[in-house]
Design a protein around this ligand. Structure first.
Ligand code: SF4
Length: 234
């Protein structure tokens, strides 16, 4: 179900003019989530798929790409068909995912329905469950998605939103070691570090962004483990 549409963005798909469509529902409850209204199922749709596809037909030649975000879009049964429709209109597609559905991720890439993937990597394995707001977590699905991306099956980026007090230097060390261990002999290509930004839509109080110096220190800690670690500005 479509819960939102950003009609144009220069930031979401690298080097492309895109729009971003948001699908309802998420299986995580990250305390720093900006899209809390997108998390529960059973909301009213922002627009129908038909209306969205009509919008896209009017943007052929004006937009290069469509980013499909959420929530967690792989939870939406309509995702494969929606991507097929978007591709049929000639747009590049980007999928934002938390990596919890590696099987569908692989299927979508193998069918040529996704051109670029942005996967959130939330924290070190030790603090993953806490960071996604779940009492416990089996990381095997996350690891399968990470391996698939790191193997180089599709252009991708990994990204971590850094939040005080959830992330500390020790987590960066453990996160780097974990990422570098997933595919023997191959480091992840790119990891963006982005600072938490507090907004009215964030459900939890008491969270804040790390200082600039902390961000740079985190970047230094992760650099040996990832080909390219970049701080992404707000
Ligand atoms: S995975 Fe993304 S959409 Fe889901 S709760 Fe976390 S930040 Fe929000």
């Amino acid at each position: 179900m479509i819960s939102g549409l950003q009609k144009m963005t220069l930031l979401d798909y690298p080097g492309k003019v895109a729009c971003t469509v948001f699908l309802q529902g998420c299986n995580y409850r990250c305390p720093f989530c900006h899209n809390t209204d997108l998390l529960p199922h059973g909301q009213e749709a922002y627009m129908t798929e038909e209306a969205f596809l009509d919008f896209l037909k009017g943007k052929q030649g004006l937009l290069d790409a469509v980013c499909v975000s959420g929530g967690e879009p792989t939870l939406s049964p309509e995702l494969p068909r929606l991507l097929e429709e978007i591709k049929a209109l000639g747009f590049l597609t980007k999928l934002d995912t938390n990596g919890s559905n590696p099987r569908l991720l692989r299927q979508l890439v193998e069918k040529g329905l996704v051109d670029y993937v942005a996967m959130d990597v939330k924290n070190s394995p030790r603090k993953y469950a806490e960071t996604v707001g779940l009492p416990r977590m089996d990381l095997s699905a996350t690891e399968q998605s990470l391996r698939y991306l790191i193997e180089g099956n599709v252009p991708y980026e990994l990204r971590t939103t850094l939040v005080c007090p959830l992330h500390e230097g020790q987590d960066m060390q453990e996160l780097g070691q974990w990422l570098a261990s997933l595919v023997p002999g191959k480091k992840p290509a790119v990891l963006y570090l982005q600072s938490f930004v507090d907004r009215d839509t964030v459900a939890f109080s008491g969270l804040s962004a790390p200082q600039e110096a902390e961000l740079e220190a985190y970047c230094d800690i992760l650099s040996p483990y990832v080909e390219n670690v970049t701080i992404r500005s707000k």
